[in-house]
Write a protein that binds this ligand. Structure first.
Ligand SMILES: Nc1ncnc2c1ncn2[C@@H]1O[C@H](COP(=O)(O)OP(=O)(O)OP(=O)(O)O)[C@@H](O)[C@H]1O
Length: 231
């Protein structure tokens, strides 16, 4: 197989200053990552991990520098909502499931932005929930299942549109180690089998060690970068 023409993700000289407080949340961060790889972002609280994920997921815009995702310069993206729906999946520590909707309905919701019909949405969501071992819980509300089950449903929701990039912010933070490991395995399976790029912000050194690349931040700057060299 030929090497891809460009890496899935290029982060180039990225800075994010917050007005008012004079905080430089990110200072000149640069790295690249290939499709099918997993990247751990580590570092102490406040070092900029969440800020970096927000910028890559187009939830926020950088002060300086640029990000290319699948060859697209994010500064040129006009409809961030549509771009996110097609390209990016998010998993957060606190799942952010809609409490009044069943797990099945929560997993169906992202597909509305793709314009898929009801029957197809239903089928794909059921399929995805089965893949994370939740077929029997599909019609329960998020409050009626365990924390580990909720987080697996959140992973199913993040994966259902088959995003090229998965961004996970402390995805195992509130889970015991067995459930946490399961969530990480689900994310890594996606990276391997569907050539998605997975970025995980974590305080857990075991998780960081299980991923291909390890980028450590301190005060908004990269202080360590281990793993496959940039393309
Ligand atoms: N909206 C905001 N306004 C001002 N400062 C902010 C804002 N959001 C984040 N910051 C600051 O930017 C810096 C980076 O925050 P960020 O949330 O990215 O850190 P983090 O590494 O994800 O931390 P944690 O591990 O605690 O989640 C911190 O100093 C934080 O206080």
């Amino acid at each position: 197989m030929n090497a891809p023409a460009h890496p899935m993700l290029v982060v180039d000289g990225l800075c994010r200053d917050y007005e008012g407080g004079g905080v430089q949340a990110l200072r000149d961060v640069s790295f690249t990552a290939e499709a099918g790889r997993s990247v751990a972002l580590t570092g102490p609280s406040g070092c900029g991990k969440s800020t970096l994920l927000s910028l890559i997921g187009l939830l926020d815009r950088p002060t300086r520098g640029r990000i290319l995702l699948g060859g697209v310069d994010l500064a040129q993206v006009r409809n961030a909502h549509a771009f996110r729906a097609r390209r990016v999946g998010f998993v957060f520590q606190f799942h952010h499931m809609v409490p009044t909707m069943t797990l099945q309905e929560n997993v169906e919701a992202p597909m509305i932005a793709l314009g898929l019909g009801r029957a197809e949405r239903r089928e794909r969501a059921a399929d995805m929930l089965a893949q994370v071992d939740l077929a029997a819980r599909a019609h329960f509300l998020p409050t009626q299942v365990s924390g580990g089950e909720r987080q697996r449903a959140a992973v199913a929701r993040a994966l259902v549109n088959q995003p090229a990039v998965l961004l996970a912010d402390e995805p195992t933070g509130n889970l015991d180690s067995r459930n946490g490991q399961r969530v990480i395995e689900l994310l890594l399976t996606q990276a391997r089998e569907r050539a998605a790029l997975v970025l995980v912000a974590t305080h857990n050194p075991e998780i960081a060690a299980a991923l291909d690349t390890h980028i450590e931040l301190r005060d908004g700057a990269v202080v360590r970068h281990e793993g496959p060299p940039a393309a």
